[in-house]
Design a protein around this ligand. Structure first.
Ligand code: GUN
Length: 296
């Protein structure tokens, strides 16, 4: 079996055209959705991620501002900027790009973001609501994965989803999302991680495998069952002397081999990464619709 490629670019383009229409409707009411980003330092991954958020906002007609702080900015300064965005009535969504430098307590900074503007869905109030099945901002990567599954006819309901990785960014919120008794979820969820002795024992039973452990090419063909759906969240920079830059990006899945056994698979790049940004735009529009009184 050769897998169908689940294209994050195509699905993103579809969603973004739907979002554009919502932005137009908001603008007609005098409201332009506005995202405020706080970026501390110059981590190359963060810089490229923030650039794609800026581009995404521009593409669909949203406002965006990035507050750039030096890597040695004190924690109090980061919190001060978050607070300024909290109080700014024009700003609908706030995102603090992670990872933050080591001297800054990420949990403390996230706690300061107003939950009504927390479009990343990382604030404990939103995380708690997600777990309890209440309406909230859903973290962007898990939400993007759910959309990719649903829009390609791979409804996770009743399926065994094995999530590899237990990060606060992906693994844990994705498990909380897919286990709910709701449309687009209702899955049997297993989370495996660095404390799991035989990951392949679990991954081979999965109807859907989500690789989110940040380990290049970790998932091999013999770790999945024939016909499984494979979602690759990894974005790892590896040395490649044949490339002009001397490196290339690969996922957590051995794509070339796994695609011969899976029924559907996401590529890297061009897969989940784009969806994360698209869902961020969606969450910011939702926040703006609430402010404009269009949405509860
Ligand atoms: N770093 C990597 N992914 C993300 C994300 O979705 N949000 C934030 N704030 N930081 C990230």
């Amino acid at each position: 079996m050769t897998a169908k490629i689940i294209s994050g670019s195509e699905i993103s383009a579809d969603i973004r055209s739907e979002l554009k229409a919502r932005v137009t409707r908001l603008k007609a009411q005098g409201k332009t959705p506005f995202l405020g980003v706080v970026l501390v330092g110059e981590d190359p991954g963060s810089l490229s991620y923030v650039r794609s958020k800026e581009k995404g906002c521009e593409e669909i007609g949203m406002r965006e501002t990035t507050i750039r702080l030096p890597a040695d900015a004190p924690e109090s300064r980061v919190i001060q900027e978050v607070d300024r965005l909290n109080k700014d009535k024009e700003v609908d969504g706030i995102l603090v790009q992670t990872p933050l430098p080591k001297h800054v307590d990420t949990e403390k900074v996230l706690y300061f973001i107003s939950p009504e503007k927390d479009v990343d869905g990382f604030h404990p109030v939103n995380m708690g609501k997600l777990l309890r099945g209440q309406s909230c901002f859903i973290p962007c990567t898990p939400h993007g994965i759910q959309e990719m599954l649903m829009r390609t006819g791979n409804d996770p309901s009743g399926k065994h989803v094995v999530i590899c990785g237990r990060s606060n960014l992906v693994g844990k919120p994705l498990a909380a999302l897919l286990v709910q008794k709701t449309a687009g979820a209702n899955a049997v969820v297993t989370v495996v991680h660095t404390g799991t002795a035989h990951i392949q024992y679990f991954s081979r039973q999965a109807d859907i495998v989500v690789a989110a452990m940040g380990s290049p090419l970790f998932i091999k063909a013999d770790m999945i069952k024939e016909g499984a759906v494979v979602i690759d969240v990894g974005m790892n920079r590896i040395e490649d002397k044949s490339r002009e830059k001397g490196y290339r990006f690969v996922g957590d899945v051995d794509f070339e081999k796994v695609k011969e056994k899976a029924s559907a698979i996401t590529p890297v790049p061009g897969g989940v990464g784009l969806m994360t940004v698209t869902m961020l735009l969606q969450n910011t529009i939702e926040a703006a619709e609430k402010t404009a009184g269009i949405r509860q």
